[in-house]
Design a protein around this ligand. Structure first.
Ligand SMILES: C[S@@+](CC[C@H](N)C(=O)[O-])C[C@H]1O[C@@H](n2cnc3c(N)ncnc32)[C@H](O)[C@@H]1O
Length: 216
């Protein structure tokens, strides 16, 4: 499937699917980052991970381009926490993404919190151009002390068996990704892990990379 058909795919997917329960990456991040961070879950999907962060008393905002899933997520957050914490934004739109990150940053400042960008299984769901918008925008708005936590499928995952194999995926070469990161002076990798056995789902054992990136 081509990238421009992606949004239709995810809207249809979320009309039927209800994936809940935190990922193992979410559990790792919870152990590694405290409540001094406001977490922005980018490409949050059903909010399986952002719900777990909310339940653990983190300040959280979630972003996804699927209006279907964002509507469902806000029904939940309104009921549980009396506020809407999810936003339907296409990260490829520089203006929308910048403006949202900037407004969330103001909330973090008011609460004296740093920002943790959390993004699981999002980077491989977007194309190179959108990845550029994602990183360029974070470079502009993040500040020293903020962090980024990423989990995504790598090129080694191309051949593994998939449960859902009918949508756009960009398998990422971690060497190229790290070369690209070096173009941004402010990003420094503080943790890297790559391999299988990290996110088992039914018969799937995807080959993944995990990064924690400090902003300096
Ligand atoms: C593989 S899902 C990951 C969902 C969730 N993070 C998880 O781990 O279960 C990828 C998500 O990225 C969202 N997405 C794809 N392209 C996007 C874009 N350009 N802007 C915002 N969200 C996007 C999709 O709607 C989908 O919910």
């Amino acid at each position: 499937m081509e990238y421009n058909e992606n949004k239709i795919y995810w809207d249809e997917f979320y009309r039927k699917e209800e994936l809940y329960g935190p990922s193992s990456f979410c559990n790792l991040v919870k152990c590694s980052f405290g409540l001094e961070y406001l977490i922005i879950d980018i490409g949050c999907g059903t909010g399986r991970d952002s719900r777990a962060f909310l339940e653990n008393k983190y300040e959280v905002r979630g972003i996804d381009s699927s209006e279907v899933v964002i509507t469902k997520n806000n029904e939940y957050s309104l009921k549980q926490y009396s506020k809407e914490v999810y936003f339907s934004i296409d990260v490829s739109c520089v203006k929308d993404f910048s403006s949202l990150i900037n407004s969330i940053k103001k909330i973090a400042e008011m609460q004296n919190k740093k920002i943790l960008i959390y993004s699981r299984f999002f980077l491989h769901a977007i194309n190179d151009d959108t990845e550029r918008v994602f990183l360029d925008t974070l470079e502009v708005y993040l500040e020293k002390g903020d962090c980024i936590a990423l989990e995504f499928r790598t090129i080694e995952d191309k051949q593994t068996t998939k449960i859902y194999d009918n949508h756009y995926r960009r398998y990422i070469d971690t060497n190229k990704f790290e070369q690209n990161l070096k173009k941004y002076n402010c990003f420094e990798v503080s943790f890297f892990q790559k391999g299988t056995g990290m996110s088992l789902y039914k018969t799937e054992d995807p080959y993944l990379a995990r990064y924690f990136i400090d902003v300096r």
